[in-house]
Design a protein around this ligand. Structure first.
Ligand SMILES: Cc1ncc(C[n+]2csc(CCOP(=O)(O)OP(=O)(O)O)c2C)c(N)n1
Ligand SMILES: [Mg+2]
Length: 357
């Protein structure tokens, strides 16, 4: 299949795409680990052990993380939005350190100071999750420019939600990436909602790939129920980005639960939610593995059980870890070293004494 044909197939729904660059079993395992991890994150919240009150689960969206990360190389970098646990896990993060971070513990990736929405890890190329809608997008343009300049052969990928499709920063970033032929990929995890607003109430045109193509990027939309389709399309886009042609991918998924843990989705009908959850990427991959006789139910049950044990241990690890000491408050925050904190009373006197105060 020529690249043009592949591009067309991807935009049209991708049914004719070549499949299986990764084994479906590997993609299933990654998705199952994300699903189980996210369920444990929910448990951490219910037990009152998470740091902060906002947690955003990616249950129902696992194919976007598993499919795109399967197409990445070790030197590649990425940023995520506020719903990024699954992406980091698919990239190879240690779930214990992740859970500890979400719990605000010193054994976490950022020693408990990043939490769910600001987790980062340079070793795995995670340039940072970001709570501001669209906030992580421009960083990949900088990373792409740096990679090109330093000849690092790395691609930088921004993951964000459909809410960011209405943010100006995305278009400034796409424009610059296209103009400078940067090794960058923009991935929209289109779960149909930005908080309680359905996407067609937020924008007139939901053909997001057309917007990217208008800027001179490769553009594709894939059905996120099919993780193999996501992986095959992502591989094409990542490979092209590495060669200097940036791209955009919209992965169409359904957010199974509310925006955050306290949201019971009163703005969605039960019928819609049932239909959305029917297209479960994890279960569909499992069914296909069995139907195509690639794996037996017994083998998959054993794998699932092993994952449950692994993820149960993340809760014990997080709950059993210590919170960072107060004395470490300013360490690792802005720069290396530990500035001496100024006593509050001294600071107040200093501010009040300022001429322009
Ligand atoms: C610039 C900005 N505006 C508003 C918010 C409040 N907010 C947090 S998440 C969110 C919805 C984001 O929706 P989407 O980008 O589709 O991601 P999803 O939550 O669906 O994964 C909004 C409006 C914010 N964090 N940043
Ligand atoms: Mg959304």
């Amino acid at each position: 299949m020529s690249q043009d044909q592949t591009q067309l197939a991807a935009s049209a729904g991708g049914s004719a795409l070549p499949k299986r660059n990764s084994q479906l079993i590997d993609l299933y395992r990654v998705m199952r680990r994300i699903r189980t991890f996210e369920e444990r994150v929910g448990e951490l919240f219910i037990r009152g052990q998470s740091a902060g009150s906002m947690l955003h689960l990616s249950i129902g969206e696992e194919s976007s993380a598993a499919g795109v990360c399967a197409a990445m190389q070790p030197q590649d970098t990425f940023t995520t939005h506020h719903r990024g646990h699954g992406i980091f896990l698919a990239r190879g993060a240690d779930p214990k350190q992740m859970m500890a971070e979400i719990g605000g513990k010193e054994t976490g990736y950022c020693k408990g100071k990043g939490g769910s929405m600001h987790i980062a890890d340079m070793a795995l190329g995670h340039l940072g999750a970001n709570a501001i809608v669209g906030g992580g997008i421009p960083a990949v343009v900088g990373a792409g420019l740096s990679s090109k300049y330093l000849k690092q052969n790395s691609v930088s990928i921004a993951f964000f939600g459909d809410g960011a499709m209405q943010q100006g920063i995305l278009y400034e970033s796409m424009n610059m990436a296209a103009l400078w032929n940067l090794p960058v990929l923009f991935v929209c995890v289109n779960n149909q909602y930005g908080m309680g607003t359905r996407i067609d109430q937020a924008t007139k045109s939901t053909r997001f790939d057309e917007r990217a193509k208008a800027f001179g990027l490769n553009g594709a939309v894939v059905n996120g129920h099919d993780v193999e389709e996501v992986e095959a399309t992502a591989r094409w886009l990542v490979d092209d980005a590495r060669a200097g042609k940036p791209g955009f991918l919209s992965v169409e998924v359904y957010r199974f639960f509310g925006h955050a843990r306290m949201d019971k989705s009163p703005y969605r009908t039960e019928a819609e939610e049932t239909e959305g959850r029917r297209k479960d990427p994890v279960l569909l991959a499992r069914d296909r593995l069995i139907a195509e006789k690639l794996e037996t139910e017994t083998t998959l049950d054993a794998m699932d059980k092993e994952i449950v044990t692994e993820m149960d241990a993340t809760i014990d690890f997080a709950v059993g870890s210590k919170a960072p000491p107060l004395t470490s408050m300013f360490r690792d925050v802005y720069a290396l070293g530990e500035p001496k904190p100024e006593p509050v009373s001294v600071r107040i006197d200093r501010v009040l004494a300022r001429d322009d105060a």
